[in-house]
Unconditional design. Structure first.
Length: 256
């Protein structure tokens, strides 16, 4: 054997290199494991629901939060068919079409609401944020979804819409203005009282709503007194000037 000392030195150097590589790999493995634990803890303890679905819409993973949202166990939720998760066939088909569009376009972060059926038969509105998922080779493999209970918000939106429809349809004037007396909102009833369209009335100089500027200032002081003295509601009476130049008596119930 030629120069055994050199061969031994090379072997030792190789062993040291392997030891360092092993140490580096072990360190990277520990970092990955720590990151995985952090991710898993975040998903498991999050208040929002996290779920993964395959291309057929079957759930392959979900956290505890989404099971709570639906009122079942995780196992029960994962066994549900796509159709059985939703309040109606039409709703299930609408969500399925949304998923297919995301799959076809690669769109990320699409947000939409859907009505789901709980184990006790009640209906809840969930807001979904959907991302397409891919396998190790980059091919579409399914969908990642974050869900949030939007039931209360949707009910408030529906109630607000009913109130808005009621306000828009009544003949009486409903309006809101700022502390400078500028109208920020009104229904069609109020401009009708003054003889204007809503568009005209919203851009009308505030003093032109009154007989003259000095009278308008006296009306403004009536409103201002309510604000300064924190009077929650009061009925005010004064005169207004219509578009055609006629003067009318005006009574309004004002609330801060």
């Amino acid at each position: 054997m030629k120069n055994p000392e050199k061969i031994i030195a090379l072997l030792q150097a190789e062993l040291e290199s392997l030891r360092l590589d092993n140490k580096r790999l072990q360190s990277e493995k520990e970092k990955l494991s720590a990151g995985e634990r952090l991710y898993r803890d975040f998903v498991e303890n999050a208040a929002d629901g996290f779920a993964q679905y395959d291309l057929r819409g079957q759930c392959t993973f979900c956290n505890e939060a989404i099971a709570v949202q639906v009122g079942c166990t995780r196992g029960e939720y994962m066994q549900r068919r796509h159709r059985d998760r939703f309040a109606s066939k039409e709703e299930a088909d609408r969500v399925y079409r949304a998923f297919r569009e995301i799959h076809a376009t690669g769109e990320t972060g699409r947000v939409f609401c859907a009505n789901i059926v709980c184990n006790d038969g009640s209906i809840r509105a969930l807001e979904y944020t959907v991302f397409p998922s891919r396998d190790d080779e980059g091919r579409p493999s399914g969908f990642l979804c974050i869900s949030r209970d939007a039931t209360v918000r949707k009910k408030m939106e529906q109630e607000s819409e009913r109130y808005r429809a009621f306000v828009d349809e009544i003949n009486d004037g409903c309006y809101e203005f700022d502390l400078q007396g500028n109208i920020s909102f009104c229904n069609d009833g109020l401009p009708g009282i003054f003889g204007y369209s809503r568009e005209e009335f919203l851009t009308l100089d505030r003093w032109k709503r009154h007989i003259n500027r000095e009278y308008g200032k006296s009306v403004f002081r009536m409103y201002d007194e309510m604000y300064r003295k924190n009077i929650p509601s009061k009925i005010l009476e004064y005169k207004i000037l219509r578009k055609d130049g006629t003067i009318r008596d005006f009574e309004t119930s004002v609330t801060l």
